[in-house]
Design a binder for this molecule. Structure first.
Ligand SMILES: Nc1ncnc2c1ncn2[C@@H]1O[C@H](COP(=O)(O)OP(=O)(O)OP(=O)(O)O)[C@@H](O)[C@H]1O
Ligand SMILES: O=C(O)C1=C[C@@H](O)[C@@H](O)[C@H](O)C1
Ligand SMILES: [Mg+2]
Length: 180
């Protein structure tokens, strides 16, 4: 029996890597349902993420993130875009590895900076030197994204359509390499 395209696909990577943008398009092209843990948390609380950080601290947000991840990772036939910090907790990394095929969208700090510098909905990037903060996050998290991922796709300087094509090619190669 040959392997199929993985049932669930999880996207991980830093803020601005393109998880939401790429995730929606990949889900559409593979006929899967798209969810984004950040969006689910905002819908359920009725407030934006910076407000959750203000009211509950980062710790409160991380608790919501883990329970949302746990719930949505176990759904059927989904593409799930995760928050940039979803790989921090070992528990979350275990959930991602257990329930789906994990794709790390990797971009360099300069590219991430250009994509996120004017955004007001990312609390970790407010009132700080955005480039220095992204450097620090990249340094701390790149090993965690790398160890959690089944596939790494570079997204800096690459149009979204090219990224989608690369992911589809990798998934189809996976499918055919497992055929008898
Ligand atoms: N390959 C790309 N080339 C150019 N711009 C891109 C690319 N991918 C995403 N972008 C742009 O970068 C910004 C951030 O993308 P997106 O919101 O998808 O990132 P994210 O990984 O979901 O970030 P977060 O973790 O903060 O939710 C958006 O304005 C998006 O249009
Ligand atoms: O990188 C992070 O830690 C975050 C990324 C966003 O997706 C949100 O989940 C939140 O702003 C925290
Ligand atoms: Mg996003």
């Amino acid at each position: 029996m040959g392997a199929q395209i993985p049932n669930n696909i999880f996207l991980i990577g830093l803020m601005g890597a393109g998880k939401t943008t790429v995730g929606k398009l990949i889900a559409k092209s593979l006929g899967k349902t798209f969810y984004d843990t950040d969006h689910v948390i905002e819908q359920r609380t009725g407030v934006k993420i910076p407000t959750i950080f203000e009211l509950e601290g980062e710790e409160g947000f991380r608790k919501r993130e883990t329970s949302t991840l746990e719930e949505f990772a176990q759904q059927d036939n989904v593409v799930l875009a995760t928050g940039g910090g979803a790989i921090i907790a070992p528990e979350n990394r275990a959930i991602l590895k257990q329930y789906g095929y994990v794709i790390y969208l990797r971009a360099n700090v300069n590219e991430l900076y250009l994509r996120t510098r004017n955004d007001k909905n990312r609390p970790l990037l407010q009132n700080v030197d955005v480039k220095a903060k992204l450097e620090q996050l990249f340094h701390a998290r790149n090993p965690l994204y790398t160890e959690t991922a089944n596939l790494i796709v570079d997204t800096g300087h690459q149009p979204v359509a090219v990224i989608i094509q690369k992911i589809e090619n990798a998934l189809h190669a996976l499918e055919s390499s497992c055929k008898p």
